[in-house]
Design a protein around this ligand. Sequence first.
Ligand SMILES: Cc1cc2nc3c(=O)[nH]c(=O)nc-3n(C[C@H](O)[C@H](O)[C@H](O)COP(=O)(O)OP(=O)(O)OC[C@H]3O[C@@H](n4cnc5c(N)ncnc54)[C@H](O)[C@@H]3O)c2cc1C
Length: 402
Amino acid sequence: MALTSHRPKKALIIGCGIAGPATALFLQRAGIDSVVYEAEERSDDYAGLFLNLARNGLQVLQQLGLDEEVRQAGMPVHSMKMVSGNGKLLGHIGQMSGEPRGYTIKRGTLQRILREAAERQGISIEHEKKLKGIGTNGPEGVKVSFEDGTLASGDILIGCDGIHSRVRRLVLPGAPAPSYTGLLSFGGFVQGSTVPFERGLQTMVFGKRAFFGYQVRPDGEVYWFGNMDYPGTPTRRDLQQIPQAEWRKTMQGLYASDIAPVPEIVRATEDEIGVYPIYDMPPLPVWHVQSVVLVGDSVHATSPNAGQGASLALEDALVLAQCLRDVPDVSRAFSEFQRLRHDRVERIVKYSRMIGRRKHATNPVQVFFRDLMLPLFLKSANKDTQGWLYDYQVDWSEKVPI
Ligand SMILES: Cc1cc2nc3c(=O)[nH]c(=O)nc-3n(C[C@H](O)[C@H](O)[C@H](O)COP(=O)(O)OP(=O)(O)OC[C@H]3O[C@@H](n4cnc5c(N)ncnc54)[C@H](O)[C@@H]3O)c2cc1C
């Protein structure tokens, strides 16, 4: 692979989800200007459901001065209480005292916080710019085209365009495609419920037919999600074409015989129930080609079970900018980025898949064995405190060794 020995001055960033604006903010600190191109018409601050931003992701936001906004907008998660569908306590993960494991926050809110921070710093964000092609990718830089017929050029291109990344498909056409886990994730919000509020507690119900999780805000709003088996390889669009009334019926049936308040929460959901197919990425041997590099879900999307995808995207953003700041050659900087990140992200992708399999059971025999084995698993998960996941630190002030 030819070396791209220029020091980049201008980055084109594709995607304004989580990795995109975070990368632009760190690059600015490294003296590199960015333009962020987002396919969507406008930023939807209500897009998606909610996510768990883990402590390791929050420490990256702290270095951008954005952690307090997330704390204010989100709900702390200190402990997860695990119960079976008939109400038997299976165990707890985490302590109610000390630092929370993370914060539950609406996805659109987290995206807004990052986007507004980038805008405040004068970073240009262009909407309705769906990447179409990469015309040139060489040591001298990149030229790209968008679906609206416009062009852009820069010294480097950073693919922050999520799991179905167009950047990845263009620069690594032979790379493995995202792999469907066989599960859907779905959920919604219920306003003004009477479900009791317990600060810092998320409840996970290993139901008789499907998994269910919820957390309640002090004002009674419930954030809930669930998982179920689903055949084939559905796209989000396929699922959106199924009428909401049908999803409601399916979900009410799935949880009908589980412990209160699960069936009540599903029944009381008036707004749309969001349904997502869960894919993750098989390991990619290469994360960069010439002046193009992949970041976040575009290169290592993980299933949501470990609650780490957004945090990994934030860690990536900091480490990539650090490498471009400290390593005086683009190719070497990208290689160093991959080297520093590879083992951690692949370990988490595998771990998250494993959790998905453990919590999943669809017939009474599987449910019996799962509920028998889970307390043991939870005990060991609690013992190792999962420091490798949550206490991982990336520090902007540290120099990348050359
Ligand atoms: C149901 C569900 C639950 C989840 N729960 C959690 C959780 O609890 N905790 C957690 O940490 N993570 C969770 N995740 C994962 C998390 O959402 C992702 O890991 C995170 O959003 C990755 O950020 P990203 O910036 O890499 O990609 P994304 O957030 O997907 O952003 C990609 C952006 O690129 C844009 N784009 C796509 N194609 C183009 C194109 N051709 N041109 C221009 N722009 C383009 C998209 O519109 C989007 O704005 C969950 C995911 C799902 C689906």
